[in-house]
Design a protein around this ligand. Structure first.
Ligand SMILES: Cc1ncc(COP(=O)(O)O)c(C=O)c1O
Length: 365
């Protein structure tokens, strides 16, 4: 029987790191610090250095990071927040969670917020925009900020998928007022559970975010504002400290594999390739192709043991809970034609070639 190629293999990745992760766990168990502590401080320090950010604030997950960011910027009832129509649902959910109104905007052919359309949607009530660096490809932040800044509109970057993407040395998430990252297990740097991060260059926002994520407490039994518990789990911080040492080689491996996909697939008529995936401003989180016969190809590969995924089958406004009747032709088109191929650091070059052969076979059949 032929070996199957799953879309992701989280167990394989952690098998390799098992000794280190287990000894980290044993150390933390012995130490007995399960909330707060040095592991979190170390993670924040390392990520602040890597992202070249004045502040890095670890938290419970990427969704909470986004919601905390909106709360810190005092966005709430009566305010409008512009959100791209194609994203993971969290980006839109958090706007509702703070009581503000979502204004969905269509995307460009890369799945990123359409900046011209965003500009035309700005009203007196527009308080913030949440650009999403979807699939790990960065939005043109200079252009976006040239529109939002003069109008005093806040920018929260959803960089949940974009750790490792930089534009001229500046990280995704470092352009706006606050940048939000996720360490969900499938991300390029994934925890062994849930975790997230906020970055900001602003001292006031740093303090406020830190207060919000731990009951408004600057110190024990003092509550300066109404907050909540969105602290990172200390164990996850410890595991992330172990995994962070491997992040750069993993990124190189992703780029190498993405290059093999491009070499074998870019000449096939009828498929379009992810633009700029080998560039610095793309972290190769997902290798997304687009083709009319997406569902057929997905089935064809599945029958041959090759796993794929769809990011995302429905634009957020089309999902029943949001049911927004706006017109989002590009988001709809991407949702019906996009297919994500296996791409992770524990995938072999040979396996990538086999996926390519599968796709070539589909086009010959
Ligand atoms: C674009 C985007 N935004 C937000 C999130 C939310 O992150 P989390 O799952 O850590 O809450 C994710 C990841 O799942 C995401 O991909």
């Amino acid at each position: 029987m032929k070996k199957s190629i799953p879309f992701l293999e989280l167990a394989a990745m952690h098998a390799d790191l098992a000794d280190e992760l287990q000894s980290k766990f044993a150390h933390m168990l012995q130490k007995g610090v399960f909330s707060g502590g040095d592991e979190i401080a170390e993670l924040e320090r390392s990520l602040a250095v890597y992202l070249k950010s004045r502040h890095a604030i670890a938290c419970s997950n990427g969704t909470d990071a986004l919601e905390l960011a909106l709360r810190a910027l005092e966005i709430g009832p009566g305010d409008e927040v512009i959100v791209p129509a194609l994203t993971w649902v969290s980006t839109a959910e958090v706007v509702k969670m703070v009581g503000a109104e979502i204004v969905f905007c269509d995307v460009d052919s890369n799945g990123l917020i359409n900046i011209d359309q965003m500009e035309s949607m700005i009203t007196k009530r527009t308080k913030a925009v949440i650009p999403v660096h979807l699939y790990g490809k960065m939005v043109n932040m200079d252009r976006l900020l040239s529109i939002t800044k003069p109008k005093g509109i806040k920018v929260v970057e959803d960089a949940a998928q974009a750790l490792g993407a930089f534009k001229q040395g500046k990280s995704a998430g470092a352009f706006g007022d606050i940048g939000c990252f996720s360490f969900y297990p499938t991300k390029n740097l994934g925890a062994l559970g849930e975790a997230g991060l906020l970055i900001t260059a602003d001292d006031f926002l740093d303090r406020k975010l830190r207060l919000l994520l731990t009951h408004g407490q600057p110190e024990r039994d003092v509550h300066e504002l109404i907050g909540r518990n969105s602290r990172i789990d200390t164990l996850q911080a410890g595991f992330l400290n172990v995994k962070l040492d491997y992040f750069l080689p993993w990124q190189q491996k992703r780029k190498l594999l993405a290059g093999i996909y491009l070499e074998h697939l870019q000449h096939i008529r009828g498929i379009s390739m992810p633009k700029g995936i080998l560039k610095e401003d793309h972290n190769a989180h997902l290798f997304t192709i687009k083709l009319e016969e997406r569902d057929k190809l997905k089935g064809y590969l599945f029958d041959r043991g090759i796993g794929t995924a769809i990011h995302y089958p429905l634009p957020v406004p089309a999902t029943p809970v949001f049911s927004d009747n706006g017109d989002f032709p590009i988001a709809n088109k991407i949702a019906s034609t996009t297919l994500s191929l296996p791409l992770h650091p524990y995938l072999g070059e040979r396996e990538v070639r086999l996926v390519c052969e599968g796709i070539q076979g589909f086009f010959r059949s």
